[in-house]
Design a protein around this ligand. Structure first.
Ligand code: GLY
Length: 370
């Protein structure tokens, strides 16, 4: 089939690579592949430590996805002939004040109620694991199954893997998915149209504008991150992802090879604004330094904002929608990196007439829309 994948972020590239490997004629349409939210991402593959009470279906999707990650990373690495960035050191979640510890207790109890025991650790035990943690850390959890990926290494490997699988890249900006009232016919972009038998909408926060069936279902949720680099003589960065609550505010630090740290992330409902604000940088640095005091000696090498694609119920939209031949793979919110392997497999199944994950089926919004 001639398939156009609209969007060259982690979801679009993973799906395109899977579809190309399966023998389809795939074109990725994106003015700058790999440059949006996927480029900004911290790269946590963290279904357990991103879990919220009431979002059990998302937790199940995330657990299924994280289980696929080691094989997915190995497959991309082999296809591209380069590392794909997986880090398997795990995650610690730490608390500072009394209120923060009570919140972690509630998270641990919630997870235990779901049959997912996590290990409770004192501040001293946490510092034995990660000496970079400072004296304000009073307790926390160890979650070895929550992993991380170097998002930029992954995007590079996916691009090469996709090209090697025969995927073509077109640099236009998509304007709308076209259909004849029954089935899709192609994608209209600034410079013309690309005729297609199937279209995969994987345009992240920009997806809603591409077809009326997605109208109002995906919105941008802004997040700012900072990239830090250990300078000679500075205290070494942690080897695990550190997630923290500091006086009720969440902050995380995700290690990169070579002493780098990605510190994130703010969360705002601010439309398509991607400015990095003074207050965002101040809050992230202040909170991260209380947990990891050694970062005061690090270089601040980058600050950047991205737009998570949010949905009304925080679950992604992965499934057929609207005219025949239209598959959507968007709305991954805080979990795009995590859900990429599961989404890529689902897109291949959906394009070939099979099913996607029921919990992510866009049809759940159809009644409300009628
Ligand atoms: N998953 C991390 C974030 O969205 O900030």
């Amino acid at each position: 089939m001639r398939i156009t994948v609209v969007g060259g972020g982690v979801i679009g590239l993973s799906a395109a690579w899977r579809l190309g490997t399966a023998g389809h004629a795939v074109t990725v349409l994106d003015p700058a592949p790999g440059s949006g939210a996927s480029w900004v991402a911290g790269g946590m593959l963290a279904p357990v430590t991103e879990a919220w009470p009431g979002e059990e279906e998302l937790l199940d999707l995330g657990l299924a996805a994280v289980a696929r990650w080691p094989a997915f990373a190995a497959e991309i690495g082999a296809a591209a002939g380069m590392p794909s960035g997986l880090r398997e050191e795990g995650t610690v979640v730490v608390a500072t004040g009394v209120g923060d510890r009570a919140e972690l207790d509630a998270l641990a109890a919630h997870l235990a109620g779901l049959g997912r025991e996590v290990e409770r650790l004192t501040g001293r035990e946490l510092r034995r694991l990660e000496p970079a943690l400072g004296p304000e850390v009073r307790g926390g959890l160890s979650v070895p199954g929550d992993l991380a990926v170097d998002n930029r290494e992954l995007l590079g490997a996916l691009r090469v893997g996709a090209e090697r699988a025969g995927v073509a890249f077109a640099a236009g900006a998509a304007v709308a998915v076209q259909d004849d009232g029954t089935r899709v016919t192609g994608v209209r972009c600034a410079s013309g149209s690309i005729r297609s038998d199937a279209v995969v909408v994987a345009a992240g926060a920009h997806s809603a504008a591409l077809h009326p069936v997605l109208d109002g279902l995906v919105r941008p949720v802004k997040g700012e991150i900072l990239r830090l680099a250990a300078r000679p003589g500075a205290f070494p960065a942690p080897s695990r992802t550190v997630r923290a609550l500091v006086d009720g505010r969440p902050v995380y630090a995700v290690p990169r090879d070579g002493g780098g740290l990605v510190v994130g992330a703010t969360q705002y409902e601010a439309g398509f604004d991607t400015d990095v604000t003074v207050a965002g940088v101040r809050d992230l640095l202040r909170d991260a330094e209380r947990v990891l005091p050694g970062i005061a000696e690090y270089a601040l090498v980058e600050s950047v904002a991205g737009l998570r694609p949010g949905t009304p119920d925080n679950r992604p939209l992965i499934g057929r929608a609207g005219p025949e031949g239209l598959v959507v793979a968007t709305g991954h919110g805080r979990n795009g990196m995590l859900l990429a392997p599961l989404t890529a497999d689902a897109v291949l199944a959906l394009v070939e007439g099979g099913d996607g994950p029921a919990a992510a089926d866009p049809a759940r919004f159809a009644d409300a829309r009628r």
